[in-house]
Design a protein around this ligand. Structure first.
Ligand SMILES: NC(=O)c1ccc[n+]([C@@H]2O[C@H](COP(=O)([O-])OP(=O)(O)OC[C@H]3O[C@@H](n4cnc5c(N)ncnc54)[C@H](OP(=O)(O)O)[C@@H]3O)[C@@H](O)[C@H]2O)c1
Length: 288
């Protein structure tokens, strides 16, 4: 599917987005990472609210960022007209059910809940409203995230700008043209950190089997993968294949390892795994 645009955005996007009141329902890891990023980039804490049923996370967040807090989710909709739904997907129906239906049409929503379609969310909210659906990934928690965003054609530009600003606080963002493209984002960026962790586990195990300590093996593998990831980003105009060829001397050790991967049809295995992720995303979405 075609993508509408690729945003190679950075945190400096703060410069072009005019702050508005934003409330976050759910004060967990993602909300904390996003609000910390916003405040660090100069967003007035006074314009931000987080709601959560239990107090400890809220008070810690308030102490760290200075944002408003409330244990009542409905307050989010009276405080702000832009609300980020940042609870676990399985909590979403319960959370939406207690929001005042009369406040929903005048509210714009940004959902970061994985696997919940715009139509399903609209259903849960019980009244028509504008929604941007997003799919962040785990590295968002350290500001290295990759988030896919989707909005229908009639979504106000102001909401799209706001969603892009919010998710840019925790990494890069990519708009997709069709909602089903979010499933591709899941396979390529949402689930893929785990593919690399699996690769890292296997590499660590073999390094240990070859005689190094667990600690040394972990260090070697982590730094090599981090360095390779950084090279991918540092060379945006270079094909991944070219980077690979640059470290693969003919007849050398890397070539031998790559040949082994190719004989085992690694590319087919990866394609199969990604298709399995897409298929699962489709199945989960229809059961939400
Ligand atoms: N973390 C990631 O890297 C990541 C990546 C991709 C997508 N996401 C999505 O982002 C969303 C948030 O993830 P997260 O990692 O931030 O999860 P989290 O740390 O578990 O945060 C969820 C928060 O929601 C709160 N909550 C529970 N019931 C609530 C209710 N009825 N009303 C308001 N808040 C309620 C929880 O409070 P208590 O702890 O007090 O119950 C918790 O603070 C999820 O939908 C997840 O799928 C996260």
């Amino acid at each position: 599917m075609a993508q509408t645009n690729t945003q190679n955005t950075s945190h400096s996007q703060t410069d072009t987005f005019s702050p508005v009141k934003i409330a976050f329902i759910g004060a967990g890891n993602m909300t904390k990472a996003i609000i910390k990023g916003m405040v660090a980039n100069g967003y007035p804490a006074d314009l931000i609210m987080a709601t959560n049923p239990s107090l400890p996370k809220l008070t810690a967040l308030q102490a760290e960022t200075g944002c408003h807090i409330s244990q009542d989710n409905a307050t989010a909709l009276t405080f702000a007209t832009t609300v980020v739904l940042a609870v676990k997907p399985q909590m979403l129906a319960q959370v939406c059910a207690v929001l005042p239906v009369s406040d929903v049409p005048k509210t714009q929503f940004i959902s970061i809940a994985a696997g919940v379609s715009v139509a399903r969310l609209q259903d849960m909210l019980g009244a028509p409203c504008s929604i941007v659906r997003t799919m962040p990934n785990t590295p968002s928690s350290i500001g290295m995230g990759m988030t896919g965003l989707y909005a229908s054609a009639d979504t106000p530009q102001s909401l799209k700008d706001c969603a892009e600003y919010v998710l840019t606080q925790v990494g890069d963002v990519l708009w997709v043209a069709h909602e089903e493209d979010i499933n591709t984002v899941i396979a390529a960026a949402g689930s893929s950190p785990a593919y690399l962790f699996l690769f890292a586990e296997a590499m660590q195990a073999k390094t240990e089997a070859l005689g190094l300590s667990a600690e040394d093996a972990k260090r070697l593998v982590a730094q090599a993968l981090a360095g390779a990831g950084a090279m991918l980003l540092a060379n945006p105009d270079t094909d991944f294949g070219t980077l690979r060829k640059q470290v693969t001397s003919k007849g050398g050790t890397t070539a031998q390892a790559i040949d082994y991967f190719n004989q085992a049809q690694l590319a087919d295995i990866i394609a199969g795994a990604m298709q399995a992720a897409v298929d699962r995303a489709v199945a989960m979405q229809s059961s939400m």
